[in-house]
Write a protein that binds this ligand. Structure first.
Ligand SMILES: C=C(O[C@@H]1C=C(C(=O)O)C=C[C@H]1O)C(=O)O
Length: 194
């Protein structure tokens, strides 16, 4: 019985392995990323560049529903590259939130947000209690946050169906920044006509 349970768990693990974030190389511009992978100029271009709330842009593409599914949320170590990008001490833990942004019941985008400790003071404590509420709803309704330039990510998928392209940006508030990355699943392109 025990082995049956672990068989099923393994199968589910394999089934969902495409819903994990692959290692990603980040470029300062779409043009720079396009030199290595011209597909950034194809179907994904709109999503790589859309301004304002990404959640809002996704919601506009849904015919039935949009929801945020939290995969994991808690204090943990950012990657070295993330710490450097945020300008925080290399071993300092941060609040890390990973979610699936789902349109019409299926995951379209994986998102990972790294929130350093100094963002969590005062009003920023709300970031610890977002649950299934989209982060964008908080960032774009609070006057304190300003988005920095968008970077383009070229992913190195290890499993078929994992994201190949991504975007990310820093949001800066009072003396502090957080880092939001959005990784596009193939379903984002197969469902939408922009
Ligand atoms: C930053 C935004 O928030 C979105 C919502 C997220 C969440 O709830 O964790 C993560 C990434 C975003 O795409 C946005 O809407 O632009």
């Amino acid at each position: 019985m025990q082995s049956r349970v672990s068989d099923i768990k393994n199968q589910l693990g394999e089934f969902n392995s495409h819903l994990t974030i692959p290692p990603t190389d980040w470029y300062r511009s779409l043009t720079a990323a396009g030199l290595r992978n011209p597909s950034v100029h194809g179907d994904a271009r709109y999503w790589l560049q859309v301004e304002g709330s990404f959640t809002r842009a996704l919601q506009k593409q849904c015919t039935r529903s949009f929801h945020v599914e939290v995969r994991q949320e808690g204090f943990g170590p950012p990657s070295l590259e993330e710490s450097r990008r945020l300008g925080i001490p290399l071993r300092q833990h941060a609040w890390i939130r990973e979610v699936r942004l789902c349109g019409d019941g299926e995951p379209w985008v994986l998102a990972r947000t790294v929130i350093p400790l100094n963002c969590l003071e005062g009003e920023g404590r709300r970031l610890l209690h977002l649950g299934n509420k989209p982060l964008g709803a908080y960032l774009f309704t609070s006057p304190h946050w300003e988005r920095g330039p968008l970077e383009t990510g070229l992913c190195n998928p290890v499993t078929a169906g994992q994201p190949e392209l991504a975007r990310r940006s820093l949001f800066s508030g009072h003396h502090s920044s957080l880092l939001v990355g959005e990784y596009f699943l193939p379903a984002l392109f197969s469902r939408n006509t922009l």
